[in-house]
Design a protein around this ligand. Structure first.
Ligand code: FPP
Length: 231
């Protein structure tokens, strides 16, 4: 039996389809999706997960219509305004991974204030992957590594390289969940997914409940993880 996974990641897919099924605009689905981030974060913290990484905006999402991109960029403010007091009470820390430079300055400021305010919280870390791309993370890591390199004969190890990734400070990813039943990784955490268990769920993100999350965690704890060996 495994313990509760220390690091869980979620691809929160299906907001648009969920809204369409209700005859509502896509933004309505994203708003419900944002409210659900609160529910799942509270549940994950309660269960003892240490890091929850959520795919909030990919490097490819800029291709969406400007109106939708603007709406998505406003979601961190809605989330933080509504839930920061509760996150503080529960000891949840907010962080972000991705290329922060291209994010509108209003969104960046809101997030930076939330980092500061929650900096000393000790329970779970809620990580938003924003303007995040897995390949970009690896290439950024290589560039950072090369820049500091003095000795061209140095042989880089996997562990050493992991320290150049956005996730350097977080424990190994153990479980990845994707809602809406698309069997894709969509450029998310390519390096970190190496030995993670995967779970694809037949529900749109706004319909995904704390109970669903808890069932997945229980299922994870029963899985037999061999890491390529025979045991
Ligand atoms: C994918 O669904 C979802 C997104 C691109 C955005 C996800 C963002 C949230 C759930 C809220 C994030 C919250 C904060 C606080 C940053 P989709 O729109 O692609 O759905 P579809 O595939 O049904 O069209």
């Amino acid at each position: 039996m495994n313990s509760v996974p220390q690091h869980v990641a979620i691809i929160m897919d299906g907001n648009g389809r969920w809204a369409k099924a209700q005859g509502k605009p896509r933004s309505f689905g994203h708003l419900r999706g944002t409210e659900n981030v609160r529910n799942i974060a509270i549940k994950a913290n309660e269960l003892g997960v240490k890091v929850l990484t959520l795919y909030a905006f990919s490097t490819e999402n800029w291709k969406r219509p400007a109106e939708e991109v603007n709406y998505l960029m406003g979601l961190p403010k809605i989330f933080i305004d509504r839930y920061i007091d509760e996150l503080m009470q529960k000891g949840i820390k907010i962080r972000m991974i991705g290329d922060i430079e291209q994010i509108p300055s209003e969104t960046r400021k809101v997030l930076e204030r939330a980092f500061e305010k929650t900096r000393n919280n000790k329970n779970m870390t809620l990580v938003f992957a924003l303007n995040y791309g897995g390949r970009k993370e690896i290439v950024d890591g290589i560039n950072r590594y090369v820049k500091q390199l003095d000795d061209k004969d140095h042989v880089l190890t996997e562990d050493e390289f992991s320290r150049y990734l956005y996730t350097a400070e977080y424990p190994e990813l153990e479980l990845m969940i994707r809602t809406s039943l698309d069997y894709r990784i969509s450029n998310f955490l390519l390096w970190q997914l190496c030995y993670a268990e995967m779970c694809f769920i037949d529900k749109y993100w706004p319909d995904f409940t704390g109970e669903d999350f808890e069932n997945i965690i229980n299922d994870f704890m029963q899985r037999h993880r061999r890491f390529g060996g025979l045991e």
